[in-house]
Design a protein around this ligand. Structure first.
Ligand code: UDX
Length: 440
């Protein structure tokens, strides 16, 4: 099929490249000329494992023009399916989602649509958005049809999640338009469907809610275990053992029960806030009031980490040298949007500490967000003479650190494990003070 993808960020660029890998003819469109130039050169504009390799593998397809990128929306003309994959960030000064980019993408698409084209929303939007946009499509491009097909990809696993999704959700209108949208999406996803990927065909509102409720559930699961971590801290219990023990109950499950600094990134934090804002508009704010606790528990972990650092350096952070290992919101990503690690590093610095921070991939993205942080390339530079070392993102290379080697570099053997990713006994046996969230 001929497909266009509007928006070439973490979601859209991966979607475009994966659709080409599945054999479709794809054009990706974005307003950022820099991003488009990089993609056309076969370079990934952000860090995502496997993406540079896949762009390389598709070199011939790119050369033939069957995977191309453009800043000109008219390049989307002639495609049968148009995916809208632009961002829906948190609105400034509000909890609600900023729909400016989604609205602009749909408006820009209208003149290039032909009757029978399917516009497929992928962005995470407040419930009710699809119905509103469907009306715009009816008015502005007669015969074109809107569908909503939420995306559940995780950064770091984006290619796998796109090529082999665990489910497909289609929100479609009733009647023959809905049938046409389902048929088009089935053709797009024929490979996944042949592999028995579950497919749920539903209305717009349910499709929109599937996405935000999935993210709300995941955020709640993380904040649940972090709430248990707070109780563990008050009682001397160990939240990692607690998570293992309750996780054996298949009704609970062990995944997404890792206590630590909590969730960040471009999705979970802003999605639960936008969900609450939308519930408020719908008059069902009470139904989601628990999400404000989920948010608060999550943010308290960052404060607790700063307190722990203050404690281990003797009560006053002023002039203390703190090594921060990890800035990305999670490993295998260069994304620092609402990153707990970056926020703790900034808070320590504003409390008077001399923070020296590093990350395997997120130095440039951190610099773009925080000019004041002292950023270095290596663990050795970060840890030299440190009064305390903080692990804030659980990159494998930090899990693998050797207590003796690192001990030879630091000024004081004190380590704070913000992600419960180290084996405490290994560090204590090597003479380190080991502290963590939710662990004695
Ligand atoms: C999330 C959803 O998982 C994905 O389905 C959706 O499409 C987009 O939002 P992502 O933002 O890539 O994906 O990150 P995710 O892997 O969910 O992690 C989110 C945050 O939670 C990270 O900061 C991570 O460190 C944290 N986390 C995750 C925990 O603190 N504990 C856990 O047990 C799991």
């Amino acid at each position: 099929m001929k497909i266009s993808v509007i928006g070439c960020g973490y979601l859209g660029a991966v979607h475009a490249v994966c659709m080409a890998e599945l054999g479709h003819e794809v054009v990706g469109v974005d307003v950022d000329p820099n991003k488009i130039a990089m993609l056309n050169r076969g370079e990934a504009p952000f860090f995502e494992p496997g993406l540079p390799e896949l762009l390389e593998k598709l070199a011939d397809i790119r050369a033939s023009g069957r995977l191309s990128f453009s800043t000109d929306i008219s390049a989307a003309r002639g495609a049968q399916v148009h995916f809208v994959a632009v961002g829906t960030p948190q609105k400034k000064g509000s909890n609600a989602a900023d729909l400016t980019y989604v609205d602009a993408a749909v408006e820009a698409l209208l003149p290039v649509l032909s009757a029978g084209d399917i516009v497929v929303g992928k962005s995470t939007v407040p419930v009710g958005t699809a119905a509103r946009l469907a009306q715009r499509v009816v008015e502005g491009a007669p015969g074109a049809i809107l569908a909503w097909n939420p995306e559940f990809l995780r950064e770091g696993f984006a290619l796998k999640d796109t090529l082999t999704p665990d489910r497909l959700v289609y929100g479609v209108p009733a009647g023959s338009d809905g049938d046409a949208a389902v048929a088009a999406l089935d053709s797009v996803y024929s490979v996944a469907l042949e592999n028995d990927t579950p497919r749920i065909v539903t209305d717009y509102a349910t499709a929109e809610l599937v996405k935000v409720s999935a993210n709300a559930f995941l955020a709640t699961k993380i904040s649940f275990i972090n709430a248990m971590a707070e109780v563990c801290e008050a009682t001397g219990a160990d939240v990692t053992q607690l998570a293992d023990a309750i996780g054996h109950d298949v009704r609970i499950g062990r995944r997404f029960l890792n206590a630590g600094l909590g969730f960040g990134g471009g999705c979970l934090p802003k999605d639960i806030r936008a969900f609450m804002a939308r519930a408020d508009e719908l008059g069902v704010d009470q139904a989601l009031s628990f999400l404000s606790d989920v948010d608060a528990i999550n943010l308290r972990r960052r404060t607790r980490m700063v307190e722990l650092a203050r404690e281990v350096v003797g009560g006053d952070l002023t002039g203390k040298r703190i090594a921060v290992l990890g800035l990305a919101f999670k490993p295998n990503s260069d994304d620092v949007r609402d990153s707990p690690a970056l926020s703790v590093a900034a808070e320590l610095a504003s409390s008077g500490a001399i923070v020296v921070a590093t990350d395997p991939e997120a130095i440039e993205t951190s610099r773009a967000r925080n000019h004041d942080l002292h950023l270095v390339e290596t663990v050795e530079e970060a840890a030299a003479g440190a009064d305390a070392v903080l692990i804030l993102t659980e990159w494998q290379e930090y899990r693998d650190l050797d207590p003796e080697t690192l001990g030879g570099i630091v000024g004081n053997r004190a380590i704070l494990d913000g992600r419960n990713c180290l084996v405490p006994s290994q560090w204590r046996d090597a003479g380190w003070t080991y502290r963590a969230l939710g662990r004695p």
